[in-house]
Design a binder for this molecule. Structure first.
Ligand code: MTE
Length: 368
């Protein structure tokens, strides 16, 4: 079968995409928050959102190799097979993976400033236990030199074409400081071999950063003694618009703070009964410290009960009881704050591409 042949899920995604679990956006699949309740802290692999620039390639694990090369190394570099990766000391890390465009539809729905691109609700996010080798370990083994400045991980999926131009394979540079800090070359997701749609046999996991940094189907890592760029740091994944420099802001790095209810938009709840409202909150910069919920349009806020310990890169589940007395339409709000004091604003500052929507999302429910 040729690489990327669509199978069960269609649209270039290999896994099945049952409509009760996913909302489809072309070749991307958004996780539905309302059916997440009871699935545990980690997003099950079969329910994890998929964001592909082209399509999921088929890669033979036996012949797959990761090549580390470039001017920032002392010698010719190194090539690793999957068996060699698996033989190295491994670490497991809970980390949220979130698309920079997650929540994009709320720019138009909530703030009246529509943004182009995939209109994700809040389901362009998931949290997994990633197991693999620290990227720094591989760079050291490949002969990392003192002059290294940037690394450029590249994917093995088909070349990406946009507006009539071939931009080449998906690749996005990282500064050497981040690469050596906490980045993983992951080959397992929630205890399973990394599934094809999520980058198998191996992907980068760049904790806390916008999802595009976590290059799937990793085939090469260039280590350079000079700053590197790619269309994913120059044309895409930067902020353009008011408050940004004329040519655009710096390449996006850390994710913002967000919260979501495990509830369908427009859910119907009975008046005069106590409902346990559940959700999850996360931040790219630090563990979530507190979550507050408002059921009266943002006038009063009540602390939610946090159900998991703080996690540097993971999310925290929470719950709050609500007993609506009167039938009617309500807008539920959840607002998280992280350990660095970053909190969700009532309104997100505009940017042209609609990245990093971090405002409190109004979740409509009907009480009958
Ligand atoms: N890596 C490659 N090689 N190709 C891609 O299309 N998409 C990126 C990133 N890594 C992408 C990639 C984007 S934009 C996101 S948000 C995440 O992968 C999505 O990861 P997931 O599909 O495992 O959820």
């Amino acid at each position: 079968m040729p690489p990327g042949t669509p199978s069960a899920g269609g649209g270039g995604i290999a896994k099945p995409l049952p409509p009760q679990w996913f909302l489809r956006h072309g070749g991307n699949a958004e996780m539905r928050w309302d059916t997440l309740a009871g699935t545990g802290l980690h997003t099950p692999n079969e329910r994890f959102f998929v964001r592909n620039h082209t399509r999921t390639p088929r890669i033979d694990q036996e012949t797959w190799r990761l090549r580390v090369h470039g001017s920032g190394l002392r010698g010719p570099g190194a090539v690793f097979s999957l068996a060699e990766l698996r033989a190295l000391p491994a670490v497991t890390l809970d980390a949220v993976l979130e698309c920079a465009g997650n929540g994009r539809r709320y720019w138009s729905e909530q703030q009246g400033t529509p943004a182009p691109g995939t209109a994700w609700g809040l389901g362009g996010v998931g949290m997994a236990a990633w197991r693999g080798v620290p990227l720094g370990e591989l760079l050291e083994r490949a002969g990392l030199g003192p002059a290294a400045v940037d690394v450029l991980p590249g994917g093995l999926d088909p070349e990406y074409r946009a507006a009539g131009r071939n931009l080449g394979r998906v690749r996005r540079p990282l500064p050497i400081g981040k690469a050596l800090d906490d980045v993983l070359v992951a080959y397992e997701m929630n205890g399973q071999p990394l599934p094809p749609d999520h980058g198998g046999p191996a992907r980068l996991v760049v904790p806390g950063w916008v999802g595009v940094a976590s290059i799937k189907w990793l085939g090469s890592v260039e280590v350079a003694d000079r700053p590197l760029e790619s269309p994913w740091t120059t044309a895409y994944y930067r902020l353009f618009g008011p408050g940004q420099p004329a040519g655009g802001g710096p390449a996006l790095t850390r994710q913002t703070v967000k919260s979501a209810f495990e509830l369908a938009p427009g859910a119907v709840l009975a008046a005069g009964r106590t409902h346990r409202l559940r959700g999850r909150s996360w931040s790219g910069a630090a563990a979530v410290r507190a979550v507050e919920v408002s059921t009266d349009g943002g006038r009063d806020w009540y602390p939610a009960e946090l159900l998991d310990p703080p996690s540097r890169y993971g999310w925290r589940r929470w719950a709050v009881d609500w007993r609506p007395a009167e039938p009617g339409r309500y807008g539920l709000r959840a607002r998280a704050t992280d350990l660095l004091g970053r909190t969700q604003p009532a309104e997100a500052p505009f940017n042209r591409e609609g990245y990093l929507f971090d405002a409190v999302v109004v979740h409509p429910v009907t009480v009958v």
